[in-house]
Design a protein around this ligand. Sequence first.
Ligand code: ZN
Length: 77
Amino acid sequence: MTEKENRVVQGRMVTPKSLAERIEDGSVMDAEAIVDADRECPECGGPVVSVGYMPSVMEFVTGYKCQDCDWKATDRE
Ligand SMILES: [Zn+2]
């Protein structure tokens, strides 16, 4: 993992896995690199980052997290 993959979210440095775990509110098996999502936070209008992760072997989820506030979401139905 390189430093480039880390991002600052709500003033704290996060790795792809730690960000995924905050979105999931639990442990995840694996996470891809954090990327800028092409959307604004619906709560505060701040920048949103996204991360693809695997909460379990059978599931792949794309999670979204605002960099400025507590807002988060996933692409689950
Ligand atoms: Zn926000």
